[in-house]
Design a protein around this ligand. Structure first.
Ligand code: SAJ
Length: 440
């Protein structure tokens, strides 16, 4: 069948997580009949009762509406989904292991199950972020071997990685431009045809390999930019200059966009995508320098936060042992409840190892990484020696410092890992203020 005879009325979305569930509800909102598939029957049950396992603004309401409109339902049944869908979008995780080697077993499981029931004239779209070469060298051979069908002849295949920032997923899914890599020219056009019904941003169609590299390049560039900001912060600490003033001024240049230093780089994507980018090339003899160095710099920032805490406690003649330290934030970034690869994990475990008494407060994320949790910030800072800002939640940008100082022990310390507290206000109120890129 050629493109002009192909119509897509139904879509199967495989993997109903941070990317898959928003994909499913937005394709349903665009009028497609959507069959969501997940191997976790608890998630399937929750979704079918209108409860979203993902905490994203607007998602819960949209999910309920799509269920009521009978445009969406979830199942664990791959056979039913594949046989009743014209297009299949795969949104399973592609993490890296402890050696930073890509883990493709979730993708493999999804592809094998799809291939078992695949019939002719369907479009398969890989939405998961993959290492360059994965579609040609791994996905196509697996589908062809399992299904007996020929890519580009019996079925179409495209790569369409997401570009959604958690916390504003629905908005970004619709508004951001999209890259689509077609295994064949026709596959790319077919994928663009259905995504244009959902995405208002421009659709950039290219070949699969170019799309694979472009996606991981986006996040790798961000990681390197953040690493530069972190190294600039360490330089500013040595020079006694406030890095935030430096970045603000440097960014007034029309072609400069330095990111921000912090307590570390977390989340499901930025810490691992650089390794997806370099892994295939390194197997061909390439040796990464800047990309690996940037990862090392960003992964060193939690230790720098510990150094700032020790330096600050030393300034006020307090020992880390038995000091009460309040950690503000365990989520990997502000405004989300996701603790995946959060810098807070290393910071908390190092403080516990130093025999400090840790209390965690996070208004969004329940993770504590083994520390005691308080659900009220005043209880969390009561008789504390040091407040450490690890996550840039909006709530932490408007702390009542006067009140917090009344509750804390004398000579209170603030270590601002996200530079969201005003140093001059903190110092005026009697805090010892230390921050990444700002040291007294
Ligand atoms: N961070 C900094 N300094 C900064 C920006 C971020 O330290 O200036 C830290 C954050 O605190 C966080 C980590 O980096 O711990 C990652 O934050 P993020 O907002 O950069 O990452 P994600 O994973 O929420 O979203 C990114 C986005 N990619 C880009 O902006 C290039 C998003 O568009 C992608 O869709 C997403 O990764 C992904 O799924 O790949």
């Amino acid at each position: 069948m050629s493109l002009k005879h192909w119509t897509c009325k139904s879509v199967a979305v495989i993997g109903l997580g941070y990317v898959g569930l928003p994909t499913a509800v937005l394709f349903a909102k665009a009028g497609f009949k959507v069959i969501g598939v997940d191997i976790n029957s608890k998630i399937v049950k929750l979704i079918n009762t209108g409860i979203s396992p993902i905490n994203e603004p607007g998602l819960k309401e949209l999910l309920k509406n799509m269920l009521n409109a009978k445009l969406l339902f979830a199942t664990t049944d791959y056979e039913y989904a594949v046989k009743n869908a014209d297009a299949i979008i795969i949104c399973v995780p592609t993490p890296v292991d402890e050696n930073n080697t890509p883990i493709l077993r979730f993708l493999e499981y999804a592809i094998e199950n799809i291939s078992n029931f695949l019939t002719k004239n369907k479009l398969i779209i890989v939405g998961s972020t993959v290492p360059p070469g994965c579609i040609h060298n791994y996905v196509v051979p697996l589908i062809e071997q399992k299904s007996g069908l020929k890519a580009g002849v019996d079925f179409w295949l495209a790569y369409c990685p997401e570009r959604i920032a958690p916390g504003k997923t629905l908005k970004e899914f619709i508004e951001n431009d999209r890259i689509i890599g077609g295994y064949t020219y026709e596959s790319g056009k077919m994928a663009a045809q259905i995504f244009r019904k959902v995405v208002k941003g421009r659709i950039h169609v290219t070949d699969v390999k170019t799309a694979e590299v472009a996606k991981v390049a986006e996040n790798t560039f961000r990681d390197i930019n953040i690493a530069f900001a972190n190294e600039l912060a360490l330089i500013c600490e040595k020079l006694g200059v406030d890095v935030m003033s430096v970045i603000k001024l440097a960014n007034t240049h029309p072609r400069v966009n330095i990111h921000f230093p912090g307590a570390g780089v977390g989340g499901p994507c930025i810490p691992k995508d650089p390794y997806l980018l370099i892994h295939p090339a390194e197997r061909l003899g390439f040796k990464s320098r800047i990309i690996k160095t940037a990862r090392m710099i960003n992964d060193m920032m939690p230790s720098h936060i510990i150094d700032l805490i020790l330096y600050g406690l030393n300034l006020v003649d307090k020992s880390i042992s038995n000091a009460k330290i309040t950690v503000l934030g365990t989520a990997y970034k502000g405004g989300v409840d996701d603790p995946r690869l959060s810098p807070a994990k290393e910071i908390i475990s190092k403080l516990i190892a130093l025999n400090a008494k840790i209390v965690v407060f996070d208004p969004h994320c329940k993770e504590t990484f083994g520390a005691k949790r308080k659900t009220d910030i005043e209880e969390a800072v009561f008789k504390s020696d040091c407040i450490v800002v690890v996550t840039d939640h909006p709530e932490f940008k408007k702390l009542n410092l006067t009140r917090l100082k009344q509750l804390m022990n004398d000579k209170p310390l603030i270590v601002d890992g996200r530079r969201i507290i005003n140093p001059l206000e903190a110092e005026r109120l009697g805090f010892i203020y230390l921050g990444v890129g700002y040291i007294v």
